[in-house]
Structure formats: C-alpha cells, structure tokens
Design a protein around this ligand. Structure first.
Ligand code: ACO
Length: 319
C-alpha cells in the first residue's frame, strides 16, 4: 500500500505586493537588492480579518475538488503552521470545522518552514499502516503578523499563503521515501522567541534570523537530506523529473539543485511571486506546476524543506 497525492490546491490572499510597493510603504530597501539576493519580486499579505485557517480552507477546498474527494471522507487532517489562529484549539481543528468534517483525527505540526514535509512524512505512516485512508495535509501561514516591518533584513523575505494536498491509500506509487531531521542546538539562528505569559508577551514577538548562518545551514542540510532520501528509494537525485523545494531563496535552491545534478529546467520556482510562505511554500509550488501542466502523473518529484528549529526533511514521490 502506498500513500499517493491525489489532489493539490493553493491560496494567496489579495493582490501581489511588489518590492517597490513595500518600499513605497516605507521599507528601507531596494528592488535590485531583494531580487539579486533572494529572487523575490512580490508577496501576498493577508487582511487583518483573515486567519491561517481561512487560507487553509480555500487551498483545501481546491485540493479536495482536484482529488474528487468530499470533505467528510477525510479521516486525517494535519496542518503545518507557525502562525496558528490561536493557542488552542489547533488550527487543523478549526479548518476541520470550516470544512464541515466531523470525524477526522486532526492536529497541527510546528516545524516552521519544514512543516509541510514533516506533515507529509507523518501522513504517509498513517496511510501505510492502514490507520487512515484519505488525509488532508495543509501548510498555512500569515507570517506578515510576526515580522518586524522595521527590520529590512527579514521583512522583505516572507509572505502569506496556504497550500494543501489530499493523500490517499493507493496500490500504485506513491510516496517512495521520506526523511526528516532536526537539530535544536541551532534554535537561535531562526526564531520568533516571544511567548504569551499571563496577559503579556514576554520576549521578542517578531521573527529574528541570522541570515548568513541560515544560508550555510540550509545549503548543507538540503543537499545531504536529498541524497539520503533518494538513496533510500534507489533513485539517483539527477533522475528526478521535478525538484520542488521550499521557496525561501533562489540562491539556496540553485546551489542545492546544482550539487544534486538537477538542471534549472527541472526546478519549480514560485518564490518570485509569493516570497517565503514557510510551511505553505511547497504545496503552493506544487499547485502552480500541476496547474500549468509541467508536473504530470507518473513523474518523480523531490520535495524538500528546511526551517526554524532547525528542522529539515525531504520526500521523494511518484506523482
Ligand atoms: N534591502 C537593502 N539592503 C539590505 C536589506 C534589504 N532588504 N537587507 C540587508 N541589507 C543590507 C545590509 O544592511 C548590508 O549592508 P551593509 O553591508 O552596508 O551593512 C548588506 O545588505 C549585506 O547584508 P547581508 O546580510 O550580508 O546580505 P546577504 O548577502 O547575506 O543577504 C540574506 C541576506 C538574503 C537574508 C541572506 O543571508 C540569505 O539569503 N540567507 C538565507 C536566509 C533565508 O533564506 N531565510 C529564509 C527563511 S529560512 C528558511 O526558510 C530556511
């Protein structure tokens, strides 16, 4: 029995906000600087009333439609987010209610930008062991609320959005290999360290990043894990049809792909249009490349992500 992606969907709130729009809104930056260092040209920013579960709902409905699965058939919902609607209940539960599903097991995953890969890895185990038949996996983020808009070294990098996939038990492949790791010793290089204590926020409530340290960590971790994930399935990385990486930074993506022997024509890049949407970025990229016909059934895809924790993971699958 395999776990197979049968539907994908994405959701981006409102209109794109370009680098120049940000600069016009007062961010002390430069369009060329952002494009050259990151590849990002625009991002989407949610309105104050929007919640992560709202974005997840739109992406999930699209994924369910494309899988031709009704919401009440889903028996597992995992939602990856660093920006939950509230402390509890879990945003996966709130998404479940909005979908009208009444019986699925639901929980959130907090693995920052690796959240989607972690969630897919867990769902695969539930399905392969026969515990679940149809899972909904979503990544949803409203990162704009945890950014310091006076810190130009971070605020230009991130955006809001959601992506989702339906994963079903199937006799045809399927997820072929999943690998995930974490090393909490690196917690301080990418973090939102604040906490709610009584009626106050203790500590810094916004994202803090040591960009150089994250860059070095990401390039090494992504290459190692991609090799390991492919080796587990006996597939050379250079043989994958599409590389669908976490959309954080074009320089990280290109250097990882080059070391893996994957040419630029086989990389799905969407970060130019929505920046780093953390746990949402991989399913958003999948949604675009499936929607425009680049990704076809039967092709081999390598998904991988790295994020705060530090956490990192990769999934090799036949689509
Ligand atoms: N606009 C204009 N100038 C800027 C900006 C900005 N938005 N941000 C920083 N600068 C300036 C700095 O002040 C500095 O100026 P100075 O030399 O006069 O002091 C100069 O640019 C160089 O700054 P660096 O931090 O050295 O720039 P670097 O080339 O390292 O690029 C970046 C910064 C893009 C963040 C890089 O370190 C990086 O890509 N890191 C990876 C982090 C990443 O992708 N994180 C995403 C989240 S993590 C994840 O998803 C895995």
């Amino acid at each position: 029995m395999f776990a197979r992606i049968t539907g994908v969907g994405g959701s981006l709130p409102g209109n794109p906000v370009t680098n120049l729009d940000l600069i016009r809104r007062g961010v002390d930056s430069d369009d060329d600087w952002i494009i050259t260092r990151t590849g990002i040209r625009a991002r989407h920013l949610a309105t104050p009333e929007t919640l992560s579960s709202d974005l997840a709902l739109e992406a999930s409905r699209k994924a369910l439609r494309s899988a031709k699965v009704d919401a009440d058939e889903i028996d597992l919902i995992i939602l990856a987010t660093s920006t939950p609607d509230c402390i509890f209940p879990g945003t996966a539960c709130l998404l479940q209610a909005k979908l009208g599903n009444k019986s699925a097991m639901t929980f959130d995953i907090q693995a920052a930008c690796s959240g989607f890969v972690y969630a897919l890895t867990i769902a695969e185990k539930f399905i392969r062991t026969g515990n679940c038949k149809k899972a909904l996996i979503a990544g949803a983020e409203i990162l704009s609320r945890i950014l310091d808009w006076n810190d130009r070294s971070t605020c230009v990098l991130f955006g809001d959005g959601a992506g989702a996939v339906v994963v079903e038990a199937s006799e045809t492949p399927g997820i072929l290999s999943c690998v995930a790791h974490a090393d909490g010793a690196y917690h301080s290089i990418l973090t939102v360290p604040g906490m709610v204590y009584g009626d106050k926020i203790i500590g810094h409530p916004f994202l803090k990043m040591d960009g150089h340290a994250v860059f070095r960590f990401a390039v090494r971790a992504l290459f190692d894990i991609a090799e390991k994930c492919c080796a587990n399935a006996g597939v050379p990385p250079g043989d994958v049809d599409w590389f669908v990486p976490h959309q954080a930074n074009l320089r990280i993506i290109n250097s990882t792909a080059k070391r893996l022997g994957i040419g630029p024509e086989r990389i799905v890049v969407t970060l130019d249009a929505h920046g780093n949407t953390s746990a949402a970025s991989i399913p958003l990229a999948l949604d675009v490349a499936v929607g425009d016909g680049r990704i076809q059934r039967g092709q081999k895809l390598l998904l991988e992500g790295v994020g705060g924790g530090m956490t990192w993971g990769a999934v090799l699958l036949e689509f």
